[in-house]
Design a binder for this molecule. Structure first.
Ligand SMILES: [Fe+2]
Length: 156
């Protein structure tokens, strides 16, 4: 059954899976990075950012589950290790000690990276009429555009 699904859509499903894998890895890496910033943020914006980052990493924790389960529904194994995510992710890990303003700028850039990764899913899914993957990816674009606005508002 799984093979039949893979065969009928062949290359284009492979493209959707590749894009979903990247979206999963990038979202998981952003989950960890946002959690890191929740723990380590300092300064006058501490309470606001600590709370905002918590809302965003909590939403991401649910999102990565949905993305991974979509990959499984398409018949492929979902990547699930830090080494696999490091290879697939478009988001850079945080190993330093950024200031609150640097965190804000990094996360704004990262939301855009995820929007681009989700758009790649939309474009691949469109080719096979995979409306479910398309819908999932469009919802991810919406969330990350809203996240970017909420983070950006702290700079004004
Ligand atoms: Fe916490």
């Amino acid at each position: 059954m799984v093979e039949r699904i893979m065969n009928t859509t062949s290359n284009t499903t492979a493209q959707t899976l590749e894009a979903l894998n990247k979206l999963l890895a990038s979202s998981y890496t952003l989950y960890l990075k946002t959690h890191n910033y929740h723990w380590n943020v300092t300064g006058p914006m501490f309470t606001t950012l600590h709370t905002l980052f918590e809302a965003q990493y909590t939403e991401l924790a649910l999102a990565v589950d949905e993305i991974a389960e979509r990959i499984r529904s398409l018949g492929a194994p979902a990547p699930g290790s830090y080494s696999a995510f490091a290879k697939l992710s478009n988001i850079a890990e945080e190993n330093g000690s950024p200031t609150a303003n640097e965190m804000i700028n990094n996360l704004i850039a990262d939301q855009k990276i995820i929007v681009t990764a989700a758009k790649a899913v939309v474009e691949a899914a469109e080719q096979t009429g995979d409306k479910v993957s398309e819908d999932l990816a469009i919802r991810r674009m919406e969330v990350h555009e809203k996240n970017a606005w909420m983070i950006r508002s702290h700079l004004e």
